[in-house]
Design a protein around this ligand. Structure first.
Ligand code: NAD
Length: 382
């Protein structure tokens, strides 16, 4: 197949969907690779590296779209890209179909086979394709680094001739992939870490990283079969906020990562609760794009309230594009080689991975959960 890598057009996006060292793997499977000029530059990958790895460099996106039948991207196509998509081609991307019904409609019109990287099933067999986990790993790491950078204190214990400096205390809310990475990074930097997550299995993982699990009754039946947390009741969240509020005066930094797939993120820090924090405390909210775990979070902006710094973190993986692209590209290539294995050109919809993440095919929405929501919204009809 002829595989194309356009330059990302979304504002502040620095990642690229394929890195040079994966090109030989695709060529071994007899695929050809076309890369738009400067597509990898912001992520530190030069056109020369792509060319040396066996790709053909194409001057502009419309030509690239015209010459290829599979497009790999990070962000969904904008209107101009949607116009350029070739009828019947394949598109692999973080599609977020429920937030981009216009793109889904464009895929249907052009009979695009559209794969959404967010919908890779969370099963062991699909771990090597799990781009959400890859990006959460990068975000969790960066959140701890941002907290350390914005803080008025140092993270580690220091014993000096001028006295002893105690370690910073960091609270991590939500201990999924991003939260566990934030805990690990804050611990490596020398902080004492406390954490909470309603899924009971997480307690041991938190402890194994040398952090303390906040003591609170955890709800039963909190995990979906897909490995995600269910939405918690308002009663549970109120109890959780009470437990968190008691710990706030001791904190130097708080990293918020609590999310419920497809829903608004739970509010774990209200404006009133921030009054319990000491000036100089830093909050890094990773749940910003899902509404934020902190009531006052402003997406993409850092604000200050009574001496507390609140970072509304957006797209942290784009701040570390070399490694974020490396991980994302490997996930995408693994998916592509899985779906189109042994020279096949048609996806096998009896396969659990394909069925889970292929959203559109042949002019129809084929992913059941997405289809039912889009039908309710009137985007597609039965
Ligand atoms: P996520 O980004 O949807 O959510 C982040 C965390 O927020 C989760 O751990 C969730 O339990 C937590 N959370 C939800 N409500 C909360 C609340 N009220 N207070 C505090 N925390 C709250 O999830 P994720 O990090 O992408 O994944 C969650 C889990 O899924 C992983 O830790 C893992 O167990 C599982 N998983 C499995 C696979 C696999 O088997 N292939 C892959 C990835 C993840």
């Amino acid at each position: 197949m002829r595989i194309g890598i356009p330059k990302e057009t979304a504002r502040d996006e620095t990642r690229v969907a394929l890195v040079p060292n994966l090109i030989p793997l695709l060529r071994k499977e007899l695929h050809e690779v076309f890369v738009e000029k400067a597509a990898g530059r912001a992520a530190s990958y030069s056109d020369r590296e792509y060319r040396d790895a066996g790709a053909l460099i194409i001057d502009d996106a419309p030509t690239l779209y015209e010459q290829t039948e599979v497009v790999l991207k990070v962000h969904p196509p904008g209107p101009a890209e949607a116009q350029a998509m070739k009828e019947g081609s394949t598109y692999v991307v973080f599609l977020a179909p429920l937030s981009h019904p216009d793109v889904v409609a464009a895929f249907l019109r052009r009979r695009i086979t559209g794969f959404s990287m967010e919908y890779i099933p969370r099963i062991t067999r699909a771990q090597s394709m799990d781009a959400l986990s890859s990006m959460a790993t990068v975000s969790g790491y960066k959140a701890a680094v941002v907290a350390a950078e914005k803080m008025v204190k140092m993270f580690p214990l220091m014993m000096t001739a001028a006295g002893t400096i105690p370690p910073a205390i960091v609270l991590v809310l939500g201990a999924g992939v991003a939260g566990l990475q934030a805990i690990a990074t804050a611990r490596r930097l020398g902080a004492k870490v406390e954490a909470f997550d309603p899924r009971p299995a997480v307690k041991e993982q938190v402890k194994s990283l040398g952090a303390t699990f906040l003591d609170m009754e955890v709800a039963e039946n909190v995990e979906t079969t897909g490995g995600y947390a269910r939405e918690q009741s308002e009663d549970f969240l109120k109890k959780e906020r009470d437990v968190i509020a008691k710990r706030l005066p001791s904190m130097d930094a708080i990293i918020c990562t609590a999310q419920v797939f497809g829903k608004r993120a739970p509010v774990l820090l209200t404006a009133e609760m921030l009054q319990h924090l000491r000036p100089g405390t830093v909050i890094v909210d990773l749940a910003t794009e899902q509404g934020g775990n902190c009531e006052l979070t402003v997406p993409g902006t850092t604000i200050e309230r009574n001496g507390v710094t609140l970072v509304g973190a957006v797209n942290l993986p784009a701040t570390l594009p070399a490694h974020a692209s490396q991980l994302y590209a490997k996930n995408v290539v693994n998916l592509l080689l899985h779906v189109y294995q042994k020279g096949s050109t048609v996806p096998d919809f009896t396969d659990e991975i394909t069925k889970g993440c292929c959203i559109t095919h042949n002019g129809a929405v084929v992913q059941e959960a997405v289809k039912s929501v889009l039908e309710q919204k009137g985007v597609v009809t039965t």
